[in-house]
Design a protein around this ligand. Structure first.
Ligand SMILES: Cc1ncc(COP(=O)(O)O)c(C=O)c1O
Ligand SMILES: N[C@@H](CCCC[NH3+])C(=O)O
Length: 429
């Protein structure tokens, strides 16, 4: 499904008019479609039918408690990357026994907390970390369930900042060093239970081939580890890319799924069709760690145009959202479609930069893009902002964090209040 469409000239999220929400709650404002989140989760889960599997949603993409609760009620597990994310999952009613804990730099406090909560597995990224985990578990008289993250040295063909599966990236342990590490760990680390193997080659992959390459490369290793060390799961990570361009017109997932195979290098169904036959005979539980795929297309950031500034070189549309609210364009030149909340009467387009109020030249949402006309006072939507949107927002320039709203059919619920100025300085002495 696609949660966003024009009805009678106004952009709606499911059955809620976004202009009404913007006027009522102010901007910048994040709005999520619950139906889209559930639809994407359910589709991915179904695409892996035939394989013993679990979808462990990557909390980092969007960690709002209500989003986590929604996914927990659908049976999702969770991939966390900090003690804070585990705290959120527990608060949202998620089960720690279905949590995996990723990340290259877990602290003692985080390890203790996760051990006490009984998480499913620590996904460990170095021998040093594995030895430290063994030590902390020993001190508590506990056994730590663990998997090592293998770095398969596969090119994910994505932006260099979000590629994680090459030897030069900081993530995981070299493919060639894993077997010996498991040997050593089984002999020397009595407080570790080697439970699985993990990998994650990068984010926003738009082609199936790196996934296939990584799965085929790592399969013999995982089978050896199963035979020698009795591992029971293989997490193949997340990384499935979404449609950012024309995400409104195309109807996102539905549209892509309806295209001929050669036109859709990566869709949920293609992912399942290619990977299920490769994974089903392994006798291992397969974990997936999708973040962006579940929530990316489900969210928009609404913002109001404050001024139009015509310079000698460019026309700037200055809006009330900034890079502190959505940093992806500044950080990765990430593309977010920009559409007015009131459907433009004509197809006429004007070349503009849409920029925020922050004191940085990188504070833009698009540059030299042809957009329909909108004027000061009008609202626009930055599409596909549900993943790594609010989750990466900050108080830079002492700007309060925006509110978040979850739409379910005709009901809109505030799931995070807009910060006040007092909230911004809270905790300062
Ligand atoms: C270990 C791990 N798992 C899962 C994810 C989720 O990635 P994505 O949102 O691209 O699915 C990430 C982020 O890239 C990650 O680092
Ligand atoms: N935050 C990034 C993706 C990184 C994923 C986390 N490993 C993005 O917005 O595209």
């Amino acid at each position: 499904m696609h949660g966003f469409s024009y009805k009678n000239g106004s952009l709606f999220c499911e059955d809620v008019d976004l202009s009404t929400l913007a006027a009522e709650h102010g901007t910048p404002l994040y709005v999520y479609s619950a139906g889209t989140i559930i639809d994407h989760y359910t589709r991915l889960d179904a695409a892996l039918d035939g394989v013993d599997h679990e979808v462990a949603y990557a909390v980092k993409a969007n960690s709002n408690l209500s989003v986590l609760r929604l996914l927990a009620t659908k049976g999702a597990g969770f991939d966390i990357v900090s003690g804070g994310e585990l705290f959120r999952v527990i608060k949202a009613g998620g089960d720690p026994a279905h949590c995996t804990f990723a990340g290259v730099g877990k602290t003692r406090d985080e390890i203790v907390y996760a051990l006490e909560q009984g998480i499913y597995s620590f996904n460990v990224e170095s021998e040093e970390e594995l030895r430290y985990l063994d030590k902390v578990a020993g001190e508590l008289g506990m056994i730590a369930p663990a998997a090592v993250r293998v770095n398969p040295n596969v090119d994910a063909k994505t932006h260099k900042y979000i590629s994680t599966g090459k030897s030069e990236n900081k993530f995981g342990v070299d493919f060639t060093a894993i077997e010996e590490l498991y040997e050593r760990a089984s002999k020397e680390l009595p407080n570790i239970r080697l439970r699985g193997l993990q990998m994650h080659i990068g984010s926003q992959l738009t082609s199936i081939s790196p996934f296939i390459e990584a799965v085929e490369k790592v399969t013999p290793l995982v089978l050896t580890l199963k035979e020698k060390h009795g591992i029971e799961f293989w997490s193949i990570g997340g990384g499935i890319g979404i449609i950012y361009k024309e995400s409104l017109e195309s109807g996102a997932v539905d549209w892509w799924e309806s295209q001929p195979l050669e036109e859709r290098p990566l869709t949920i169904s293609r992912y399942g069709e290619e990977l299920v036959p490769r994974l089903k005979g392994l006798g291992l539980k397969i974990l997936l760690e999708p973040g962006r795929l579940i929530v990316g297309n489900s969210g928009v950031l609404l913002t109001k145009c404050l001024f139009e500034k015509r310079g000698s070189a460019k026309t700037f549309k200055i809006v009330d959202a900034g890079m502190n609210d959505l940093i992806r364009p500044a950080l990765y030149e990430g593309h977010h479609e920009i559409v007015p909340l009131s459907e433009p009467p004509t197809g006429e387009r004007f070349k503009v930069d849409v920029v925020g109020p922050i004191c940085e030249s990188g504070d833009f949402f698009c540059q030299d893009r042809l957009l329909p006309d909108f004027q000061p006072g009008d609202y626009i939507a930055l599409m596909s902002a549900g993943a790594y949107g609010f989750a990466m927002a900050s108080n830079y320039n002492s700007r309060p964090l925006p509110a978040e709203i979850l739409v379910e059919g005709g009901t809109a619920t505030v799931i995070r209040k807009r910060q006040t100025l007092d909230d911004v300085i809270a905790g300062e002495l």
